[in-house]
Design a protein around this ligand. Structure first.
Ligand code: LLP
Length: 434
């Protein structure tokens, strides 16, 4: 699962006691385990090894450049969706031919930068976008590879409506029926060579089954295209592999691979390249958010635990009603969690709403959650916050964004310093006429 483990009732990340760490770095703070990151990447690489995939870590899930560097050192490419993410990949010394670039709204400036960087693939989301990238490539006298993103019309009913993308009528990609026409229209372009298919069916996807359905449809499309003389040389099956928000809830990398790999073996044997774009399955369990209890209060029959982290630090609960396991970092033996689940059955727990300091009713981290007794100044750990945590943090209510710390064994390193009030206003101090 991960390297956030209780030793003698005290939560550790690898060998570092997290209460001791917080005494040095303050709260709120994101803490990452290097070992968990590496293991989760390695497990993915091992599970899919029979089809030798390029694993493009989805930067949008956790973009810290020290983390991207660490993954790039292990051979990872990157999945980017903006000029900013491309810049992060460049700063992380990622091999540019291992970068895939998705997103429905790439601007001309972003396209130019990506063409100049010679990225691996543009994942194409529409006809208009193809034409624009091809035109710019021609102007620049360069060539690039493109993957057509198709919607296989497959959805996982367990995926939140806001993060499902594989069904028809999403803003992403083109319908399967339009794909052949797309290749017929654009498949011979010299400057933007359409040689690949891209799928991304949503996130998180809690079983291999939706991938199986999507890949089967993609293989039929690839065969139809072959018969029409279009040779598809790469298939990008996207991301969405789940993280363990609750213990044992998501399949392991091997669990996904068991059903997916056999479908792709033939394509691989014929020289086809396979690309994966995992984000949360690598980053999710590798990070936590630590927060300090400020106040306890009662409203009617409800007990509120007011903490110093809120939706400005971790918006997933407010935005998607997501579940993040929350537990004190310091507990009596009877309250050491052997499990992480929505329904913790232990004596002495009390249902609490864990809420943040932001002036919004929706600023909550957990609702009616059974927790051990907590007091002012206790530390709470919000688990599985490594993906879509810090990257979605904001400065709402003029809250400086937290620090990020990387742990490796006994060592802790600040990989992003805490923002200051000066940081909050620095870009507003350069007032100039235009
Ligand atoms: N590839 C593409 C084209 C994507 O759009 C995404 C995620 C991924 C890969 C990576 O998905 P992952 O393996 O991390 O599940 N903010 C939401 C998630 C939005 C996902 C957007 N796309 C959340 O906090 O759950």
């Amino acid at each position: 699962m991960d390297d956030f483990v209780y030793q003698d009732g005290q939560l550790h990340c690898e060998q570092v006691n997290l209460d001791d760490l917080v005494a040095r770095v303050g709260t709120p703070v994101y803490v990452y385990s290097q070992r968990t990151f590496q293991q989760h990447y390695d497990r993915m690489a091992e599970a899919f090894a029979p089809i030798d995939p390029l694993i493009c870590f989805s930067i949008k899930s956790c973009g810290n450049i020290q983390i991207c560097k660490m993954l790039a050192d292990r051979g990872a490419g990157m999945d980017v969706v903006s000029g900013g993410e491309l810049y992060r990949a460049q700063k992380s010394s990622v091999a540019m031919n291992k970068v895939v670039y998705a997103g429905v709204g790439k601007t001309d400036v972003e396209i130019r930068d990506a063409l100049a960087a010679k990225i691996g693939y543009f994942n194409i989301e529409s006809e208009a976008e193809f034409e624009n990238i091809a035109t710019i490539a021609k102007q620049m006298g360069t060539t690039a590879q493109a993957a057509l993103r198709v919607n296989p019309d497959v959805a996982d009913p367990k995926t939140h409506a806001k993060t499902t993308t594989g069904a028809k009528e999403t803003k992403f990609g083109v319908d399967l029926e339009r794909a052949i026409r797309f290749f017929e229209t654009y498949g011979h372009n010299q400057h933007l060579q359409l040689t690949a298919i891209h799928l991304h069916i949503g996130s998180p996807i809690y079983s291999a089954e939706p991938y199986v359905r999507a890949i089967k449809k993609a293989m039929i499309l690839i065969e139809d295209l072959r018969q029409k003389g279009f040779h598809v040389t790469a298939l990008d099956i996207g991301g969405g592999y789940a993280a363990d928000y609750e213990k044992g809830r998501s399949p392991s990398a091997a669990g996904y691979a068991k059903d997916i790999v056999p479908l792709l073996k033939g394509f691989h044997r014929d020289g086809g390249k396979i690309i994966l774009e995992p984000g949360r399955s690598i980053a999710g369990n590798a990070g936590v958010l630590l927060t300090r209890v400020l106040y306890l209060k009662f409203g009617g029959k409800k007990k509120f635990v007011i903490v110093d982290a809120g939706m400005s630090n971790l918006i997933r609960v407010a935005m998607y009603d997501s579940f993040h396991f929350i537990w004190p970092t310091n507990v009596v033996p009877a309250h050491v969690p052997t499990n992480r689940s929505q329904h913790m059955a232990m004596d002495g727990l009390e249902p609490c709403d864990v809420v943040g300091p932001i002036c919004e009713t929706g600023d909550l981290l957990a609702k009616q959650r059974p927790l051990p007794p907590v007091a002012r100044d206790d530390l709470l750990c919000i688990f599985t916050a490594g993906a879509y945590g810090m990257v979605m943090a904001s400065n709402y209510n003029a809250m400086p964004r937290p620090a990020e710390v990387m742990i490796s064994g006994h060592h802790a390193t600040i990989v992003r310093r805490r923002e200051t009030y000066e940081d909050l206003v620095s870009t507003e101090l350069e007032v100039q006429p235009i």
